[in-house]
Design a protein around this ligand. Structure first.
Ligand code: ACO
Ligand code: PYR
Length: 528
């Protein structure tokens, strides 16, 4: 089983994506994670571009990586400058990286329009830039920019550019689908043609503009390519780059190609989330393999079948990439969803128990009124407990009042909430301010209850989402509030629906607190 080398460009092409920028410290942290995951090459940036990338190459030298090599990126030399005087090539050498990767022009159209130099001169640029780097760097890669478009326009010239790179001694020639519009069948045919004249190992760098970047990378490996470039989560210029989080499991689990170890592949989901976190972006739930929804089953028919055998609706075992099977509850559920959730919550429930049907009917009618339990599993667990009579009322709210006041035109509004709760026989009456009325209500509710349940101090409100639901016949529109809360052990979602945003928020807040109190009680006295 021959090895496919993985070349990650999250820290270079990934940062060419709109909204993505990493601090030098973030880049170093990501480089460590990529190294631990077994990625063979990490392209750290373009040192000729900006001081941050220069700093990365300086700082990464002080770090101990277990196996990954660091590559510095740049372009062929500028026309009319010799390689040793070319600032960009010099910064590559000065980076002291383990490898240099330079891109050069393949497409005659680009040579005419972007570089505005004769075709022959571009061949010289490629040859002597690579020859210079070969003398000064341990390993040198050549990114043949726009290779597939260039080949389609002028195959003879496109091949000549690769021959120039081969003659100069490039260690790998990477065929780039820079504009990302090529189709897998075109890639397969062109790679086959290239192999007839080029003996240097070949690589692929595919962009995702036609949504084929992963497919194009996979078909290239099938055609004999041994080096795959891509990014974590597919970050990259425009629509992104080939997503290594999809390519790796495809190579290993479907094509039986060697790249990283099984144990390293089990960290892929964690790596994906780590990179989202440092990019300050919410993870894409629907991302294949590693996303939250990649193995989440919603339709009742699917849930029933996966419980009999997971392969009925799962293309591979989620654990291989560190993911898990999930069952969702919604108005598309059947009894199987309810039973699966009951098992997850450690609740004994039988499919023939009338409560199962009762819960199912409750969900369907509540979803019809605007509730949504997919992101509010804690509210669903409480609903189940109420139906089964195992719900415990830790407190009751006697009433609350929320005031929002703006004293002068220029003043920030002040929000204040007062609340009266009853715990056991005791009544507690408190007030609290907050950033907005919902925050004030949350603060007041927790302040009132913390005296009785001190562990509520650990609860934080992580996310608050409001959605206006369309009005039904003759009714006012409703508002759905989804809240994500958390403590040191985990996070949970709750939901509230009302025509009044404060009331909807109140319902979700009360569920969040009730869930925490049930959870703590069950942890303290686990079920046998
Ligand atoms: C396909 C890819 O993703 S390639 C990577 C693209 N990434 C980036 O551009 C991000 C980093 N880039 C930068 O920081 C800047 O663009 C720099 C520092 C590299 C260059 O900045 P500038 O010197 O101001 O040039 P500018 O950004 O306008 O780019 C155009 C110049 O690059 C030259 N150029 C473009 N491609 C190449 C190439 N393969 N070889 C040599 N020169 C090239 C053009 O001829 C043009 O030079 P000219 O203005 O002297 O005619
Ligand atoms: C090199 C590169 O990033 C590209 O051709 O897309």
């Amino acid at each position: 089983m021959s090895l496919v080398k993985l070349y990650d460009t999250t820290l270079r092409d990934g940062t060419q994506a709109e909204d993505i920028s990493f601090l030098v410290e973030d880049k170093i942290r990501i480089a460590h994670k990529l190294d631990e995951c077994g990625i063979h090459y990490i392209e750290g940036g373009w040192p000729g571009s900006n001081p941050k990338d220069v700093a990365f190459f300086k700082d990464i030298k002080k770090e101990k990586l277990s196996q990954a090599k660091i590559a510095a990126f740049g372009s062929t030399r500028r026309a009319k400058v010799t390689p040793d005087k070319d600032q960009n090539l010099r910064t590559l050498v000065e980076s002291k990286a383990d490898a240099a990767t330079i891109f050069g022009k393949t497409w005659d159209f680009h040579v005419h329009e972007a570089l505005r130099i004769p075709l022959e001169e571009n061949l010289e640029l490629i040859f002597d830039s690579l020859e210079f780097l070969k003398k000064n760097m341990p390993e040198v890669f050549y990114d043949a920019e726009h290779f597939f478009d260039g080949y389609k326009s002028n195959p003879d010239y496109a091949i000549k550019t690769l021959q120039a790179a081969q003659q100069a001694g490039a260690d790998c020639i990477i065929l780039c689908d820079t504009n990302g519009g090529s189709m897998p069948y075109e890639i397969a045919a062109i790679v086959d043609e290239v192999k007839k004249t080029i003996t240097t190992p070949l690589g692929i760098h595919a962009h995702n503009d036609g949504e084929c970047a992963v497919a194009n990378s996979i078909i290239s490996v099938q055609q004999g390519i041994v080096h795959v470039q891509g990014t974590i989560n597919g970050f990259g210029e425009r629509c992104g780059n080939a997503n290594l989080c999809s390519i790796i499991p495809a190579l290993k689990a479907k094509m039986q190609r060697d790249c990283i170890s099984d144990a390293q592949m089990r960290t892929l989901r964690e790596l994906s989330r780590y990179v989202y976190e440092l990019a300050n972006l919410a993870p894409n739930k629907h991302q294949p393999y590693v996303g939250n929804s990649a193995f989440a089953h919603k339709g009742g028919v699917h849930v029933s079948a996966i419980q009999r055998h997971p392969e009925t609706y799962e293309h591979m075992r989620p654990e291989l990439v560190g993911n898990t099977t999930r069952v969702l509850v919604s108005d598309l559920s059947g009894r199987a969803n309810i039973l699966a959730k009951a098992t997850e919550f450690n609740i004994n429930l039988d499919s023939k128990d009338p409560v199962t049907l009762e819960i199912l009917e409750d969900i369907k009618s509540m979803e019809n009124r605007g509730y949504q339990f997919e992101g509010a599993e804690a509210s669903f667990e409480l609903l189940m407990k109420r139906a089964l009579g195992t719900h415990r009322k830790f407190f009751s709210v006697i009433g609350f009042r929320v005031i929002d006041e703006k004293r002068t035109e220029d003043d920030q509004p002040i929000s204040e909430a007062t609340i009266k709760v009853k715990v056991g026989g005791k009544i507690e009456h408190t007030a609290s301010e907050g950033h907005g009325p919902v925050n004030a209500l949350d603060n007041a509710l927790r302040k009132a209850l913390e005296k009785f349940y001190p562990k509520l101090k650990d609860v934080k409100l992580h996310d608050y989402k409001v959605r206006v639901l369309p009005a039904g016949q003759g009714t006012a529109s409703s508002i759905r509030v989804l809240i994500e809360s958390g403590d040191k052990e985990g996070r949970w979602g709750t939901v509230g629906v009302s025509s009044n945003v404060i009331e909807a928020s109140y319902q979700a807040l009360v569920d969040a607190i009730e869930f925490k109190l049930h959870k703590d009680e069950e942890t303290a006295a686990p079920k046998k």
